[in-house]
Design a protein around this ligand. Sequence first.
Ligand SMILES: [Zn+2]
Length: 257
Amino acid sequence: MIEFVDTHCHIQFVDFPLDPEQVIKDAGKDGVTRLIVVGCTLEDSRMAVEFAAKHDNVWAAIGLHPHEGAVYVRDDHALQEFRELASRPKVVAIGETGLDYYYEHSPKEDQIKLLRFQLDLATEHNLPLIFHVRDAFEDFWPVFDTYKGLRGVVHSFSSGLDDVEQILKRDLFVGLNGIMTFTKKTEQLDAARAIPLEKLVLETDAPFLTPAPFRGKIGESKYVRVTGEFLSQLRGESLETLAAATTSNAKELFKLL
Ligand SMILES: [Zn+2]
């Protein structure tokens, strides 16, 4: 049987518009047998931990999104609570964390501070990271490079070959999702083709970024397969090969046992 991992979804969000139990069942029918639910705030990181505790094939990542930088860098109490979540069962990663200069919902300095806080926490707990980096690699790498031995994935990758090269140089993984199925930018597709199979993982970012031809529907984990099918065509690999490699990469990176 072909198996996939959705390494990045948000089906634990309070306002997730579908029944998450059904989402898990439907994902399983399409071979998406393992899911990582990812937090962006203290509250939904907590929900990710609780959600994972209730489901055998679901794990949690706890993170404070760069959009939230301005809030959390001034809230020691919240940071302390967040820190405690890192020791809870089934927490397999810190993230999403990173820098977002495209929206710049928080000042750059605050985003960098919050990123460092999470890099410290990941180091302390020896956990991999899930990075969200948008239009900000030039500030991201100098921060990243002050740490030793960090592991992780650059999620929702939608940039070009130069950035792939920088990611691979640091031995990180690249996470691809539905964006690839509807992008018109050839540099993004060239980059997706260039990622070595042993550094690739798949994700949905559900409820967002639903792949073509299902645009307009709410994103859910089963769509990993649709993105997988698209990428297998694009990269000239069989679906079996792509699924087996990306699944084993995800299991290895996040230690999904
Ligand atoms: Zn996300």
